[in-house]
Design a protein around this ligand. Sequence first.
Ligand code: NAD
Ligand code: TYD
Length: 351
Amino acid sequence: MDKKTIIITGGAGFIGSHVVREFVKNYPEYLIINLDSLTYAGNLENLTDIENSPNYRFIKADITDEKRIDEIFETHRPDGVIHLAAESHVDRSISSPLEFVKTNVLGTVNLLNSARKIWGNNFEGKRFHHVSTDEVYGALGETGIFTEETSYDPHSPYSASKASSDHFVRAYGDTYGLPYVITNCSNNYGPNHFPEKLIPLCINNIIHKRPLPVYGEGLNTRDWLYVIDHAKAIDLVFHKGKNAENYNVGGFNEWKNIDLVRELCRQMDQKLGRQKGESEELITFVKDRPGHDLRYAIDATKINSELGWKPSVTFEEGLSKTIDWYLENQDWLEKVTSGDYMNYYRKHYSI
Ligand code: NAD
Ligand code: TYD
């Protein structure tokens, strides 16, 4: 069996925790190191079911700390890096752009440098997998779709920082021959999603009968993918993707925000035994996000035709599983929304 040491950064976050679980379960012969600094978005409780697995280790470290990252790479000499650690919320990037430059750009370059130092010129069996977003491609109008050839055109400080990190990864491939793959994925949803993002925020607010803040007129469109399908795509691309290429990952599942929030209300009224239409009354249109991208839509033909990946969960199924998870894990929700969460919430929403 092929023994490997893999560092997964951001493994305590939403998507990272599902990726860590997928790898720990599928590859008992690997050592999976979860490297995470545990910001407000990182939560080791996302991983309690696998935390005692013999092939899993957690290291608390900040990817912006050059010296520490070098030491960790020297000590553990990973064969692969799957890089998810990032500041990930667009609204926070609008109020604190520099944090996004530090973590998403500088942090990525630190990891690339540390990988280069230990790999030297011997890249046999080595790979840096950079996990990115469809937001680097900018915004679509009513029609069109993002392919791997679409030019980068980021609009928010978040997407600009992710685009920059993608460029650095490619530059290290072109300049130093560092082996890499990049995945650009659409909006994820599912268990363990931090309730600052649209779907978990609305689920939490519906539970508590609080207003559901919809930006502008709710006409912006996102392409939603169940998080475990994203984790499986990362597994495939990490192992089988072609070197120095990027793969778009998406759900073929576009929803206007207002329709999505209405669907959440419909399913939750049913599950909570509330009257039909009760939660829809909580919908509150609020001031739009500045520079709000109108529409994202991913063409995932390449990963489908080259690697055989496709979403395994329908949206109805995925959303229902997601709501059930939050209803069954209200203690998780309460813990992550205590403390600083309400400070952010009050500052950002005046409802
Ligand atoms: P998240 O915010 O839930 O988790 C980010 C994790 O990174 C947290 O555990 C946090 O503690 C850690 N982290 C942050 N700064 C760090 C630092 N300086 N050093 C070490 N760890 C740090 O994010 P997510 O939604 O799980 O996204 C993960 C990755 O996937 C990001 O790179 C994001 O850009 C990308 N992505 C997200 C989506 C989405 O819909 N959420 C879609 C496509 C791509
Ligand atoms: P979000 O979950 O923040 O993801 P992203 O900005 O990365 O797409 O937002 C999804 C969509 O929902 C986006 O168009 C912004 C909108 N939105 C609201 O209407 N209200 C909210 O409170 C939030 C957080 C987002």
